[in-house]
Design a protein around this ligand. Structure first.
Ligand code: NAP
Length: 259
């Protein structure tokens, strides 16, 4: 299927690896020129070169922390205007509800809620003026079914979800479609580190921890980042113009929710 977005300009945040990188690759495959970002300069530079080589599009790397105002300013300077925005950042650490201080909450809200809102506020007005835009926010399955040990994530991401529910309807009339994708467990470094945490806490091996988590997914395996990226590219395509303010759950059926 032709996604109809060849020649568009996109920003994908937190994209040197994992789900962000997969979104960048799928958009590049559809012919989108990109600015991609993450904190570690060597990684983001290498990823940009690999994607540009593979798909023949322009990919500009920006090494910056997207959760800071300075980082976002650097990224926005490199982008100028964008037709497509994919918001992403690292997830907050797990813990127990009594662990977290006000500063921990502010950090999580900055990372997983306010950064995405700030980038939408910076780039969506231009999309509205030009009459076309697509925004995808990477959130989490925890928005539908909060995960006890991820209280910081639950708090920040449900805040972003509430914001998007209103804002997406306010911009839809100008050709801008804003949606969220909710990853269940996907085979990325983040999943490895969560498995490692379970293994250490319960005294089982990494493989055992993985098998145990896979058993809770009806498909019997973790999601593949490539499939996630393809969903993101579809939501950024011409064909997604009637999809507004949705929370698309990609979890292999793990959450038993009917709507
Ligand atoms: P990942 O494999 O660990 O990759 C994270 C990417 O984000 C890396 O490129 C990392 O590069 C970059 N990054 C992290 N913090 C950043 C920051 N402050 N500024 C800019 N770039 C940053 O993670 P993932 O699995 O793709 O997860 C992506 C998001 O989905 C996370 O928020 C995660 O919590 C959420 N999620 C993932 C899963 C899953 O199973 N994978 C499930 C539910 C939710 P640098 O470290 O160099 O910056």
């Amino acid at each position: 299927m032709d996604l109809g977005i060849k020649g568009k300009r996109g920003l994908v945040c937190a994209a040197s690896k994992g789900l962000g990188r997969a979104c960048a690759e799928a958009l590049a495959e559809a012919g989108v020129d990109l600015v991609i970002n993450s904190r570690t300069e060597a990684d983001i530079t290498r990823t940009a070169a690999e994607i540009a080589d593979k798909f023949g599009v322009q990919v500009i790397p920006v090494a910056a922390d997207i959760t800071t105002e300075e980082g976002r300013a650097d990224v926005l300077k490199a982008v100028g205007q964008a037709d497509i925005l994919v918001n992403n950042a690292g997830g907050p650490p797990p813990g127990v509800w009594t662990d977290w201080s006000r500063d921990d909450f502010i950090k999580a809200i900055d990372a997983n809620m306010l950064s995405a809102i700030a980038l939408m506020q910076a780039l969506v007005p231009g999309m509205m003026e030009r009459g076309w835009g697509r925004v995808v926010n990477i959130t989490s399955q925890s928005v539908r079914s909060p995960i006890s040990v991820l209280g910081l994530s639950n708090t920040a991401r449900t805040g972003l979800t509430g914001f998007v529910a209103g804002m997406s309807r306010q911009v839809a009339g100008k050709g801008v479609c804003v949606n969220n994708i909710l990853p269940g467990i996907h085979a990325t470094a983040r999943a490895d580190s969560l498995d490692q945490g379970v293994a250490e806490k319960t005294g089982i091996s990494l493989d055992e921890a993985r098998i145990k988590r896979q058993a809770g997914i009806p498909t019997g395996e973790y999601g593949q980042p490539e499939d996630f990226g393809a969903t993101c590219a579809f939501l950024c395509s011409q064909h997604a113009r009637f999809i507004i303010g949705q929370n698309i759950l990609l979890d292999g059926g793990a959450l038993n929710v009917s709507v």
